[in-house]
Design a protein around this ligand. Structure first.
Ligand SMILES: Cc1cc2nc3c(=O)[nH]c(=O)nc-3n(C[C@H](O)[C@H](O)[C@H](O)COP(=O)(O)OP(=O)(O)OC[C@H]3O[C@@H](n4cnc5c(N)ncnc54)[C@H](O)[C@@H]3O)c2cc1C
Length: 456
């Protein structure tokens, strides 16, 4: 039998949970369908060595208001925490070095000691000279970040600084990444300020936030999911887990959502999945499917572990490190020393016990066998610490398929086409990560925006 609801939300990640909460505030009957047995999607807390820690997203950007407002709305403001340390390292063939001041891998000063230590004095002088050249006032809108950095700073900066940073954050090579999708406004800032380094410096300071522009929650970002789910239950939202939507299509003036265990009819439907999953279930709504199919996502693995290791007490890696491809034969693309980055994690484990997260998957593809990953992670950590370490006390391997947005060339054109198609498709909203910016802040902003159509 087909059941009817005012609004059906497909996907129980943060986007779906936020969309469901907003829709319930409009006085509509709301049902949320989640394929897995748990809610939260890429925000997941797991008990490791007796402490619940994040194995997906672990922080949020404070450069835009949506997450801050949501946290306030859920009564979690007193739980927000700053990072204990935010000084990361860069692992390059010549060693493990301090991260230069940069905007997502674009240094703010190519002659700074940190940049010179990484690329050498000669290359730093070349980089400064290239960036002193006049800035053309027209740039290809589909320019890659790699091409931009190579043009203004040379290959050394692109290969040794930009590549590990963008690879670590987006699991994407900068030569494939659309510059304006990764750093919106970068070319206009470069024209205005007369150079890429000056543009990066101006955009960093424009946020007006001194120090780290991210925050976390005491107890982890999974506490946000717990609070959202409580609010949904209080608001009367019908939340169903273990229900996979297989197809979403028009049924007269309404929408038919087909699942493996029955179908639902709704006036409004919000598809809150990653772009790949959304494209799959909207395959029959061709004008929406086409641009979604051009938005790229990547697969990553997070290997989180607890290790007894006094060498980590002194925070030798700062808050963590981003790793240049194939540097020292390491497999990981990034490591976060969570007990160094977050005071609550450090206190929970106590001295000599540490939680680390290593991430794998370059350009969105996992090269390593998952069975071998615990041994690979152990070897990677031993190299990074320069010492033998005990076997992991506890560990968890989180595979994130399609969860990470990879804004390749053409990303913004696909988003614009998708927005236009949605405006012409009443009753259908899409809240796909990356439509309105990266990370949780963009996801939450987009989820809220997706409900605007439902309200009208
Ligand atoms: C490893 C990792 C680390 C990250 N770290 C950070 C960070 O520190 N800070 C930050 O701001 N951002 C971070 N992000 C990004 C952030 O987690 C995401 O932007 C955000 O969580 C995306 O939420 P979402 O609801 O759009 O998608 P998802 O979290 O992917 O949720 C989609 C949900 O839909 C469900 N689903 C899929 N298909 C179906 C179907 N057919 N039917 C029903 N349900 C379905 C899935 O099971 C999932 O629960 C990280 C991402 C990853 C992968």
């Amino acid at each position: 039998m087909t059941k009817r609801h005012d609004v059906v939300i497909v996907g129980g990640g943060v986007a779906g949970l936020v969309a469901a909460l907003e829709a319930s505030h409009c006085g509509r009957s709301v049902m949320l369908l989640e394929a897995r047995g748990r809610l939260g999607g890429a925000v997941q807390g797991v008990s490791l060595g007796g402490v619940t820690v994040d194995v997906g997203a672990e922080s949020y950007a404070i450069t835009r208001p949506d997450t801050i407002e949501l946290i306030e709305q859920l009564g979690l403001t007193s739980q927000t925490v700053e990072t204990r340390r935010s000084d990361s390292r860069l692992v390059v063939p010549t060693g493990i070095l301090p991260m230069p001041q940069a905007l997502l891998g674009i240094p703010t000063d190519p002659l700074s000691p940190a940049v010179v230590a990484i690329i050498g004095e000669e290359a730093a002088i070349v980089a400064a000279a290239l960036d002193a050249e006049p800035v053309p006032d027209q740039w290809d809108p589909q320019l890659t970040l790699g091409a931009l950095v190579r043009k203004r700073f040379g290959d050394q900066v692109a290969d040794l600084i930009t590549t590990p940073v963008v690879g670590g954050v987006h699991a994407l090579h900068p030569d494939l990444a659309e510059a304006e999708a990764i750093s919106p406004g970068i070319t206009a800032a470069m024209i205005r300020h007369g150079g890429l380094a000056k543009a990066a410096a101006a955009m960093r300071s424009a946020s007006g936030i001194p120090g780290s522009a991210v925050r976390g929650l005491q107890g982890g970002m999974s506490t946000l999911v717990t609070a959202l789910v409580e609010a949904l239950h209080a608001g009367g939202v019908d939340v169903r887990t273990d229900v996979t939507a297989l197809n979403v299509n028009r049924e007269g003036a309404q929408w038919l959502i087909s699942t493996g265990s029955g179908s639902y009819i709704a006036d409004d439907v919000v598809v809150a999945l990653d772009a790949r999953g959304a494209a799959k279930i909207l395959r029959e709504v061709t004008q929406i499917h086409a641009p979604l199919g051009r938005m790229r996502v990547g697969d990553v693995v997070v290997f989180a572990a607890v290790v007894q290791c006094t060498a980590l007490d002194e925070d030798p890696l700062g808050s963590g490190a981003l790793i240049a491809p194939s540097a020292h034969g390491l497999h990981a693309k990034a490591i976060t020393h969570s007990s160094s980055k977050w005071a609550w994690v450090r206190n929970a484990y106590g001295p000599g016990r540490h939680m680390i997260r290593l991430s794998y998957g370059r350009d969105g593809v996992i090269q390593e066998s998952l069975n071998e990953l615990p041994a690979i992670a152990h070897a990677d950590l031993e190299f990074l610490l320069g010492t033998a370490i005990a076997p992991f006390e506890d560990s968890y391997l989180a595979r994130w398929n399609g969860s990470l947005l990879a804004p390749r060339v053409g990303h913004r054109a696909a988003v614009a086409e998708l927005q236009a198609a949605l405006a012409a498709t009443p009753g259908l909203s899409v809240a796909v990560s990356g439509m309105a910016g990266n990370g949780l802040a963009g996801t939450i902003g987009q989820a809220r925006a997706s409900i605007a159509g439902v309200r009208n």
